[in-house]
Every structure is written in structure tokens, then in C-alpha cells.
Design a protein around this ligand. Sequence first.
Ligand code: F0G
Length: 350
Amino acid sequence: RPGWRGLIEEFRDRLPVSDATPVVTLQEGGTPLLPAPVLSARTGCDVFLKVEGLNPTGSFKDRGMTLAVSKAVEEGSKAVICASTGNTSASAAAYAARAGITCAVLVPAGKIALGKLAQALVHGAKLIQLEGNFDDCLMVADKLSQDYPVALVNSINPVRLQGQKTAAFEIVQVLGDAPDLHVLPVGNAGNISAYWMGYSEDAEEGNATKRPRMLGVQAAGAAPIVNGHVVEHPQTIATAIRIGNPASWAKALDAEKESGGKIIAVTDREIHAAYMLLARSEGVFVELGSAASVAGLLKQAEAGWVDKGQTIVCTVTGNGLKDPDWAVSTAPQPQTVPVDVLMTAKALGL
Ligand code: F0G
């Protein structure tokens, strides 16, 4: 979007910033609200994708990070720390680089996508792999931020959610009102809480006539909110949302209840099917964790939970290029042929 200044400047009067706040921005936000014709036909609704993979580091985390790093610098921090399944660390590393401060990152060993690891490393983060899961990483990061001079930039830092609520503002601006239903993946449960806050503020301020029902989607092997108890050993191919004890659990339940919505689980098979549908039929390459939202929408539409004719927004949270390993290893191996027109035609089945 020409002239877009990043979300702190675009939404300054609705965010906890002042003239004293140094704005650390990569001009995040302002992402497309893309009509999804195939999903619309399948559900009998008007479905839009909020394509958050087009943020500067390829995920919605940049919305929270511009604010978290700006506030950390304002408060005099020389270092930030986060636990991450990959995207938070990629974003924190980039914004810390931009601000000229140190970034420390704790990730579950062997369980983050290659592209995200590359991002944290190339932006110069001090990255440590812990022999545990995300929940263990967050526990250690939180403790370190209490005992050492490093600012925690996970979503338990409330300014993260303040930044992320702006995605709801953008949707209301484009649609002219809130949608009927908003669908998004749930991991640590920060984003669903942030969207609910954004939609609620829009309704209070008279920018929207209603708030949407919220549909949160967890992976079946990492579905503590759906199961009603902590998952000690979360498992899913969607590593971004491989979380067993979400920090914003209570806030997500509030969003579910107040909106008349639902938090559901989808299987890895359903996530993969949605990932392929988005790539092959809508032309949108997302990461597996992001496809959970679409899997959840299709599941609820089939179950008759979604009335026809509704306006629906699905947030697709991260870019598919972050996980090239997985995409390539599950696709058919490309054929290699000599430089020859006929042989190439034959290989293409022409
Ligand atoms: N989608 C993607 C691509 C994510 O990276 C995450 C969270 C979520 C959805 C879920 O959002 O945690 O607010 O419920 N990723 C975090 C990280 C945990 O460390 O990058 P949530």
C-alpha cells in the first residue's frame, strides 16, 4: 500500500505510544484481505483471507513486535528475549536488529521450521535450542527476564496484543463493518485474544455495528483448550502451534464465550488438506499452522455450524516459504532431463 507508514503511525491514537516512543518499524501491517472464491463456493459464504504472511518477516508477529521492541527501547532495554516456535523469534530478531539491540531466542530443539531458524540466525539473534517444548522455553525465558536485564517480548507482554489487535481494525476498514465470523489458528492463544480486543474496541468506538463470532482452531495433538487440560507432550506437523499450555488460555476462553464462538481441534490430515487446497486452488502458500484456520472453517461448515451467506475472515498467519523442507519433501520429486525440446515435452506429458 503506497504511503503506508507501519502500524504505529497508522493507528497511533489507538495504541499505547506517546511522542517519547521511538518507533521501530519495518512498515508492517496493511496486509491484503483477499477474496477466496473456492472457499466461498465450498461454504456458501463470502470468505476472505487476511494474508499475514505478507508482513516484513512473513508472519503476523511483526504487528506485536513493532510495539514490543519500540516500548522496550523506550524503557531503556538493551536486549530482548523470547521463547518461540519460530515466527516470534524471526520477528524479534529482525526488529531488534533494526533497533540496534541484542535479541536472545529460546526454541524447542529440532522443532522449528528451517526458514524461521534461518531468519533468527541471519538477523544475528543469540539462539539457544532447549531440550524441551515451547512451554518449557517460555517458562525459562520468563524467569530470565525477571532475573536479568532483558525485556520479554512474548505475548504475555501486553503490548504485543495491542499491536496485533490492529489486524481487526484493518479488516473493519476494508469491509466497512466487522465480519460475521472470524477464524484463526490458536497456539499460545495471544492472537485470538488480540483480534477480540480489536473487534471489541471497533464496536465500542462505533466503527462497527457488531462483533464477529470467533472460531479458534488448535491441532488435535496440541489442543489443551479443547481438551480442558494441559498437554504435556504436544505433537503436530503444524510446529508453529505445537503448544501444550497456552499463556493466554483464559483470554481465549473469554473470546469464545463472549462472541458466541467456538474453539475446536482439527487433525494433521485436515490441516494438510487445507494447506494443499490453499496452495492449489486459491494460489496462496501458507505454512501448515496457518492452514489450521481454513481446516477449521471447512470442518464447521460441513457440520452445519456456519450459516450460508455470512461474511467470513480467515487469518492465514504465516508464509509457506518459512517451511520449504516440509513442502519439498512431501511433493513428487521433479524429473531431470537433458536440454532437449522433445524430451522436455515428453516429461511434461504434452
Ligand atoms: N500461526 C503461526 C504461523 C504462528 O507462528 C503462531 C504462533 C500461531 C498461528 C498461533 O498464534 O500463539 O497467538 O495463538 N507462534 C508463536 C511463535 C508461538 O513462537 O512464533 P498464538
